[in-house]
Design a protein around this ligand. Structure first.
Ligand SMILES: Cc1cc2nc3c(=O)[nH]c(=O)nc-3n(C[C@H](O)[C@H](O)[C@H](O)COP(=O)(O)OP(=O)(O)OC[C@H]3O[C@@H](n4cnc5c(N)ncnc54)[C@H](O)[C@@H]3O)c2cc1C
Ligand code: FES
Length: 289
């Protein structure tokens, strides 16, 4: 069974947990997630999904090769499951399933990338930045990886120094203006794109995770600017392995010239999707059903 290495409170509502789980860590890639069994008791019954925040090695050698032996999750306390999770102690066993889902699709040579993170959506994006930077920050120059992090207020801005340490350029916005620029994180992206010519952004790739309205705006920007964009959706999940259909999201595909809505499972075909295929008006469809 996996074991808790630490479970630290990092600010009022947020925790970071490192878990020793060589089998998961050695196979995991950015954008994938784990399902955590919160308790051996009946409540909460369902496992809870958490993105893989960071891949790391513990000082002891737990694997024969050079693969990571631990993962970290970064989580926000929102309800019963996350409260119980925050009470887990160092050395405690923890029941995990993973790595699950598809993860981000990473081409061989990504020249320039912009990551847009909203609130706790930053959690799975750190492992993505680690990989984009070649973990030690030597693969790409600082200007080649930019992270825009947004939140309601300064307490929601996480991982600022972690991103800086791996050599990324970090820009922050908050709704109340308590840190960085006042406003939406997607406004930072709009300004960035205004300052760079289409030639400079020719090979740009966008990645995002955060609240749905943020992802929708990000996708619209990407669509109008014709920039490839992948978004990670955090739909409510029950099984996490494709069996219950509870996490299905409407996507639009082209079938014989017609636009057809096809439901895809966020836990199996996602959680990462090409932003152009998400049917962003799905809330109105669901309301009509
Ligand atoms: C693929 C995936 C990856 C995720 N990664 C992370 C992560 O890295 N860190 C993190 O903190 N959270 C993450 N989440 C969300 C996390 O799973 C939920 O916050 C958690 O399950 C809540 O459990 P709970 O028992 O504390 O809250 P509950 O009692 O289940 O819910 C409390 C409140 O939170 C809301 N809520 C619960 N789940 C979600 C959700 N998925 N999206 C939006 N609102 C929700 C509920 O509507 C309710 O208002 C992820 C979700 C998915 C699907
Ligand atoms: S959560 Fe059951 S199918 Fe995705």
């Amino acid at each position: 069974m996996a074991r808790v290495i630490f479970n630290r409170k990092i600010s009022s509502d947020y925790y970071r947990m490192r878990i020793l789980c060589p089998e998961i860590a050695s196979r995991a890639k950015p954008g994938q997630f784990i399902m955590v069994r919160i308790t051996e008791l009946l409540d909460p019954l369902l496992r809870r999904p958490f993105g893989i925040h960071r891949l790391c090695h513990e000082r002891d050698k737990h694997t024969d090769n050079n693969s990571p032996s631990c993962i970290e999750i970064l989580y926000k306390i929102v309800g019963k499951g996350t409260i119980v999770l925050s009470e887990k102690k160092k050395g405690e066993g923890i029941d995990l399933m993973g790595p699950l889902g598809n993860g981000f699709y990473l081409e061989q040579n990504i020249e320039t990338a912009v990551i847009v993170a909203g609130g706790i959506g930053v959690a799975p994006l750190f492992s993505l930045a680690q990989v984009l930077k070649g973990v030690k920050g030597k693969n790409t120059s600082r200007d080649k990886l930019t992270i825009f992090i947004g939140g309601e207020n300064r307490k929601d801005i996480l991982c600022l120094n972690d991103f800086k340490k791996i050599g990324a350029r970090v820009v922050v916005s908050t709704i109340d203006g308590s840190l960085g620029t006042k406003g939406l994180v997607t406004d930072l992206l709009v300004n960035f794109l205004r300052k760079h010519s289409p030639l400079e952004t020719k090979n740009l790739k966008l990645f995002g995770c955060g609240p749905l309205p943020m992802l929708r705006t990000l996708s619209e920007i990407a669509f109008y600017k014709n920039i490839p964009c992948q978004v990670s959706l955090e739909s409510r999940m029950a099984c996490g392995v494709g069996a219950c259909q509870g996490c299905a999201v409407p996507t639009e595909i082209n079938k014989e010239g017609d636009r057809v809505v096809l439901y895809q499972r966020a836990c199996k075909e996602g959680p990462v999707f090409d932003s152009t295929i998400i049917f962003w008006d799905y809330k109105s469809i669901l309301l009509k059903v």
